[in-house]
Design a protein around this ligand. Structure first.
Ligand SMILES: *[C@@H]1O[C@H](CO)[C@@H](O)[C@H](O)[C@H]1NC(C)=O
Ligand SMILES: *[C@@H]1O[C@H](CO)[C@@H](O)[C@H](O)[C@H]1NC(C)=O
Ligand SMILES: *[C@@H]1O[C@H](CO)[C@@H](O)[C@H](O)[C@H]1NC(C)=O
Ligand SMILES: *[C@@H]1O[C@H](CO)[C@@H](O)[C@H](O)[C@H]1NC(C)=O
Length: 895
């Protein structure tokens, strides 16, 4: 019985809603859908108030902000058909700011300001069936005031009772919904405003980007005959925050209120035509300027007054190499970058030429690489001709910065591509870094959506240059082009890469697999997966072990089905002689199933039903290869994890990867990958347990880094027997040596928000990172052991500000967050009897500092308020527990 009643009531409500919806829709689409407001000669006098408040994202603490109040008189002074001219006059505007004394209820007190003496004149609005087509201002009215006028006028743009439309308003072209809930009440909701003039620097990789959410609503109460607004209330809320840390950011509230206090008759214009009416009106004052309703951006533009060379003088100490890896250096970098973006060639050149800056040149070139302006590039190219041997290190730093940049300038890309093609005298090291950088820049440009391969010749030329380079180069000269393809990630190159997987040398095949692995999983089609199985199981020919382990990564990464998984498990339990590969597969499956319960259940199901697998000993193969994932931190907006995968051959890391990954909603983003490689060392370390019959390679070892998806030129510790012996005897590699140092801009967001009441909000979020990676390796032939230590220090700084730069009041909310995480990887190997390998991965304590400041100032006055709060969050240090076998070997080595 209850059920039936419910069903009826639901039916009833649905029908009712449908009917009333129908009534509204039909009235809206009928002839009288727009409102007949503002009768000729009628003057409406309103009490008016306009407010802006800034706060943290959650708005839980004290805000800063201001309001202006006064009287607004709207008079319909002329009409012809559906065209009307409204004269709007603001009288006695008065600024109110937050007082230090904080009086009840809202803490505002009135304060003198430039507003009191600002030129304030009546202005005209051309009103066409509710749409504001044009606004006419007295030319002497300053920008800040004109924008306030536009804020006022925009609320009188009301075109309908019920409708979804796109409308040009003060904030640009927006989606607008009008709904009428009662006879004399209309609500206007505004969303998705776009304006073509705002060059939004939007992040291409979402987790490192920012999100802006906006809501805006205006409520109108009309008089009973729907002829004029009795009251208007507008409210909007914007929140801007970092995707990876949603509590870092700020919020803006803007409000406007109108309350009718008087309704009277006024004189009108006599002219017959619209132009005549304008002339008649302006005869009494200065000429009128015509504008649209869209707010003209107001910017602080203080940076234009600063000079790059002067700023370098101030920041010189913090920019020293000694501070790399600290947040101090990351902060100086962000400050300098903002000025570099607005500096001229001569000013920049002055800093680059100054003797005083000789110790910080590398950091200056980093900064200029992220500036990405015509001027910055010109100044750098003047100092660093690409064919100059003497500046190799600086050129590399500049090129790295260009390649990590989230908004590459396509003109710089084109210039460098032309230089690459034209100059044959560029030293090899620079050529290598250059082609890797061109590839990265092209990838980021293509991902930005501003250009694509179909329409951009530059992008096509980059791809063509890499493919031709690959085809024409011989032997080892080819390798760099595989890495370039890895950076480029252009799907149309996949067939070329597959060609080298099938027909290339063992080393080429490995590099080709690495390139394939860098592509988004969606490109790993059946052809690639089939080839991966052929490679892993050596169905076609013998493959390098690294190709085989990369094939495992791809098969498992693609998301395994039951059959593939069973095949892999049988492989572990099967007859394959290379136990390190089996261990690698075992470790990889274990790593994935530890973090994925569905996969774990599937693995258990397969093992239980298969007699051969259902035996613990067959499923724990011998071997030292490891694959493991560990949580670095768990956060509300993102999780951080560390993945360490080490392919071991004869007790030595042949291909090792330590990955730092940031993840949000199951979408991972690799921030850094530290790769370790070695080859040809087996004969040194061999204890007779060598199960590989691969051709002799020359002895080599090194490190390679992938930063934000960009693989950079590998750092080779030694190449060839002779060099190795040299290192061993001289001990050159056994001191801590910096392998990679750089300043990196990991976040770059600049935006403007046009507030409905006429104020501009300027948003600027920057994330800087100061990076130092150093390492040492020592090998003792005498004791038959080797030690290596790789240490990564990172200084991370994130600075964000939202400011309202008006000429009579300045408000700002700002946050600054910093952390200095460190990571060290120690690998000790002992070859004296059975190979023992101990890996230790650890991170010391680190502290996250988060400071929020809210500021308010009235220009040309003493009024200033600053509210600051600081929070600290400590993450305790830890040594990652790797696995039991590793722990046992560590105890054995250090006993
Ligand atoms: C905005 O309105 C346009 C036109 O009505 C529509 O095509 C578009 O999908 C709307 N956008 C959003 C995000 O709702
Ligand atoms: C590999 O070489 C074989 C034999 O030379 C040839 O038939 C095949 O097309 C080549 N594959 C690719 C992808 O180039
Ligand atoms: C497990 O495998 C080992 C080695 O292959 C074998 O000796 C043993 O009998 C197996 N145990 C079971 C229960 O099948
Ligand atoms: C972080 O990981 C936990 C589980 O380990 C998950 O529940 C949560 O959704 C993740 N957070 C984000 C933001 O992805």
């Amino acid at each position: 019985m209850t059920l039936r009643i419910n069903v009826y009531s639901i039916l009833y409500t649905t029908l009712f809603t449908l009917c009333s919806g129908f009534v509204l829709i039909s009235s809206a689409s009928g002839a009288g859908s727009h409102l007949e407001l503002f009768s000729l000669g009628e003057s409406l006098v309103y009490q008016w108030k306009s407010t802006v408040l800034l706060n943290e994202v959650d708005r839980a603490s004290k805000n800063v902000g201001f309001f202006i109040n006064g009287k607004v008189t709207v008079t319909s002074i002329w009409e012809n058909g559906n065209k009307k001219i409204l004269k709007i006059e603001l009288t006695d505007p008065k600024l109110h700011v937050k007082s230090r004394k904080n009086p009840i209820p809202e803490g505002f007190v009135s304060h003198t300001s430039n507003l009191d003496s600002a030129n304030n004149k009546p202005f005209l609005v051309l009103w066409l069936n509710g749409v504001i087509k044009e606004i006419y201002f007295d030319s002497s009215v300053p920008l800040s005031i004109r924008n306030i006028y536009k804020g006022i006028a925009s609320l009188f743009q009301i075109t309908s009772l019920d409708k979804d439309i796109t409308e040009q308003g003060i904030s640009g072209i927006c989606n607008v919904t009008y709904t009428s809930s009662a006879l004399n009440s209309v609500t206007k909701s505004i969303s998705k405003c776009m304006s073509p003039d705002i060059n939004n620097l939007k992040q291409t990789n979402n987790i490192l980007g920012t999100t802006t959410t906006s809501e805006q609503e205006i409520n109108y109460i009309l008089d009973d005959s729907n002829k004029f607004p009795q009251s208007i209330k507008a409210k909007e809320l914007h929140q801007i925050f970092l995707n990876a840390k949603e509590e870092f950011g700020g919020s803006i509230i803007a409000e406007q209120e109108f309350k009718l206090i008087e309704n009277k008759q006024s004189s009108t214009l006599k002219a017959n035509s619209f132009e005549g009416a304008l002339n008649e009106f302006s005869a009494k004052q200065k000429p009128l300027n015509k504008e649209t309703l869209v707010l003209e951006l107001e910017t602080a533009s203080l940076q234009n007054q600063k000079k790059f060379s002067k700023e370098v003088d101030l920041l010189r100490e913090q920019l020293e190499s000694d501070y790399l890896g600290s947040s101090k250096s990351a902060k100086a970098f962000i400050q300098l970058l903002q000025i570099a973006r607005v500096s001229g060639v001569e000013d920049i050149s002055k800093a680059l030429n100054s003797k005083k800056n000789s110790n910080i040149l590398a950091q200056l070139y980093d900064t200029l690489g992220y500036a990405q302006t015509k001027n910055s590039h010109k100044a750098v190219m003047k100092k660093l001709p690409l064919d100059s041997e003497e500046h190799i290190d600086f050129i590399e730093r500049y090129l790295w910065a260009l390649s990590f940049s989230s908004h590459p300038n396509i003109d710089i890309l084109e210039d460098l591509l032309n230089k690459y093609r034209k100059y044959s005298t560029i030293p090899e090291k620079i050529r290598d870094t250059l082609i890797l950088s061109l590839a990265s820049m092209a990838r980021t440009v293509a991902q930005s959506g501003l250009h694509d391969y179909e329409t951009s010749k530059v992008l096509r030329n980059v791809e063509e240059t890499i493919i031709n380079g690959l085809d024409y180069a011989k032997d080892e000269d080819r390798y760099v082009f595989f890495n370039a393809l890895k950076n480029l990630q252009s799907p149309s190159t996949i067939p070329n890469i597959l060609g080298y997987i099938q027909n290339g040398t063992l080393k080429e095949e490995t590099l080709a697999w690495r390139a394939i692995k860098s592509f988004n999983k969606q490109y790993w089609d059946n052809k690639i997966l089939k080839q991966a199985e052929k490679t892993l199981f050596q169905l076609d020919k013998k493959h390098d072990t690294s190709s085989r382990t990369l094939a495992v990564d791809i098969i498992l990464g693609a998301g395994t089905n039951e059959a593939t998984l069973e095949h892999l498990l049988n492989f572990i339990a099967g007859k394959e002689k290379n136990y390190e590969i089996k261990q690698y597969v075992f470790q990889s499956i274990k790593m994935l199933s530890d973090r994925n319960t569905k996969l774990n259940e599937l693995v258990n199901k397969i093992i239980k039903r298969n007699k051969m697998l259902n035996n613990y000993s067959t499923l724990s193969p011998r071997g030292l290869s490891t694959a493991l994932a560990r949580d670095m931190f768990k956060g509300f907006s993102s999780n951080g994890s560390l993945i360490s995968i080490q392919e071991i051959k004869s007790g030595i890391v042949k291909r090792g990867v330590v990955d730092v990954i940031l993840e949000k909603n199951n979408i991972p983003k690799e921030l850094f990958t530290l790769g370790i490689f070695s080859g040809g060392l087996t004969s040194f370390m061999s204890n007779g347990d060598n199960d590989n019959e691969e051709p002799d390679e020359s002895a080599t070892a090194g490190m390679e880094l992938t930063v934000l998806g960009t693989q950079i030129r590998p750092f080779v510790f030694f190449d060839g027997q002779g060099e190795l012996m040299g290192h061993v005897w001289s001990g050159t590699a056994s001191d801590m040596t910096p392998a990679f140092q750089a300043l990196i801009l990991w976040q770059d967001h600049e935006d403007y928000i046009r507030l409905g009441n006429g104020f501009t909000a300027e948003v600027n979020f920057k994330g800087g990172l100061s990076f130092d990676l150093s390492g040492k390796i020592s090998i003792s032939l005498w004791n038959r052991n080797a030690e290596s230590l790789i240490q990564k220090s990172v200084g991370l700084m994130s600075i964000g500000s939202i400011r309202i730069p008006s000429s009579f009041v300045r408000s700002k909310v700002e946050f600054e967050a910093s952390v200095e995480p460190k990571l060290s990887l120690e690998i000790d190997a002992d070859f004296s009897s059975n190979v023992k390998l101990c890996m230790r991965l650890s991170q010391p304590d680190c502290i996250l500092k988060h400071q929020i400041s809210k500021l308010e100032r009235i220009p040309d006055s003493n009024h200033q308020i600053k509210i600051t709060s600081t929070r600290m969050l400590q993450t305790p240090g830890l040594t990652y527990s790797l696995n039991r076998k590793n722990n046992e070997m560590c105890s054995a080595i250090f006993s």
